[in-house]
Design a binder for this molecule. Structure first.
Ligand code: SAM
Length: 281
């Protein structure tokens, strides 16, 4: 294989089943000068299985900035570096994202070798709309930020994909229920591993299930987006909490004539102009 000098190769590795790896990733890992791995103890199993003898160095959450500078220095000297993270596609909810950003800024060539990714595997299994989806990764740990994201997700009409660790699953399901109401979701667990499972349920059903069964393993949650019709109804109900006269006054203050105000009020509340007129009498 012809390597251009000083390139960063993002190599997707298995998310469970060690056979899920491409020939190109194996060749690249064999021929790179150095492998930067998130957890070298974990990755050694993969390297042994494919008889990859390339030296490894660690690149993880706690050294991601300093180590990135060191790796960039080596690539500038002409070394080819392959990045692998704990599992799946580098830069998806892992420190790879920082290295990629810094390489762009330093003018280092980067290429990505596609392969396993938990979010895509889960989405394909979910039975939810895969035409429009959004990936949120792990919800923020910080309380205020987390509340804001949950609030935003409550009105998201696309399919929502989240990662979660087993020891946080119950709390997250409860918070999702509080923010979004009851929703369909598919819980994908231990993908590509011996105990893989995916089941379509609801947030309330999942809360009940995990009330009796302790979560174990790795999880991806795929949640049905808010039905636009339901969203419209909710917005109309919210408008109806405002007294009709106040609603009219709001538009009148914008300088609109009375006929236009009635038209807008009717639209906001999902009622006819005639109803607005009658209620104003
Ligand atoms: N880069 C990875 C990818 O491409 O999917 C994700 C890394 S992130 C640090 C780890 C999270 O991904 C886990 O907590 C879990 O939510 C999800 N995950 C990874 N492997 C999984 C698997 N085999 N089954 C279910 N979820 C998985």
């Amino acid at each position: 294989m012809d390597f251009e000098e000083g390139t960063l190769y993002l190599c997707a590795t298995p998310i469970g089943n060690l056979s899920d790896i491409s020939m190109r990733v194996i060749d690249t890992l064999k021929e790179a000068d150095l492998i930067a791995a998130e957890d070298t103890r974990n990755s050694i199993k993969l390297l042994n299985r494919y008889e990859i003898k390339t030296p490894m160095t660690s690149y993880h959450e706690h050294n991601k900035y300093d180590k990135a500078q060191e790796l960039i220095r080596q690539m500038k000297e002409g070394k080819n570096i392959a990045l692998i993270t704990d599992a799946g596609t580098p830069a998806i909810s892992d420190p790879g994202e920082v290295l990629v950003r810094m390489c762009h800024e330093a003018g280092i060539r980067i290429t990505s070798l596609p392969g396993p990714c938990a979010l895509i595997t889960a989405l394909t299994l979910s039975g939810m709309s895969a035409r429009r989806f959004c990936f949120e990764g792990f919800l923020p740990a910080e309380k205020k930020e987390r509340r804001e994201v949950l609030k935003m997700l409550a009105t998201e009409t696309r399919t929502v994909i989240l990662y979660e660790a087993p020891h946080h699953l119950k709390e997250t399901l409860a918070q999702l229920f509080d923010a979004m109401g009851d929703r369909q979701l598919t819980i994908c667990r231990e993908l590509t591993k011996t105990h893989e499972s995916s089941f379509l349920t609801t947030l309330s059903g999942a809360i009940a299930y995990y009330g009796e069964n302790e979560p174990r393993g790795e999880y991806v949650l795929v949640i049905k987006g808010l039905d636009p019709e339901v969203q419209k109804k909710e917005e109309q109900e919210a408008w109806k909490e405002m007294p009709l006269e106040k609603h009219m006054a709001m538009y009148e203050e914008q300088g609109l004539d009375r006929k236009e105000c009635m038209k807008r009020v009717a639209m906001d509340r999902g009622i006819s102009k005639r109803e607005v007129y009658q209620q104003l009498l």
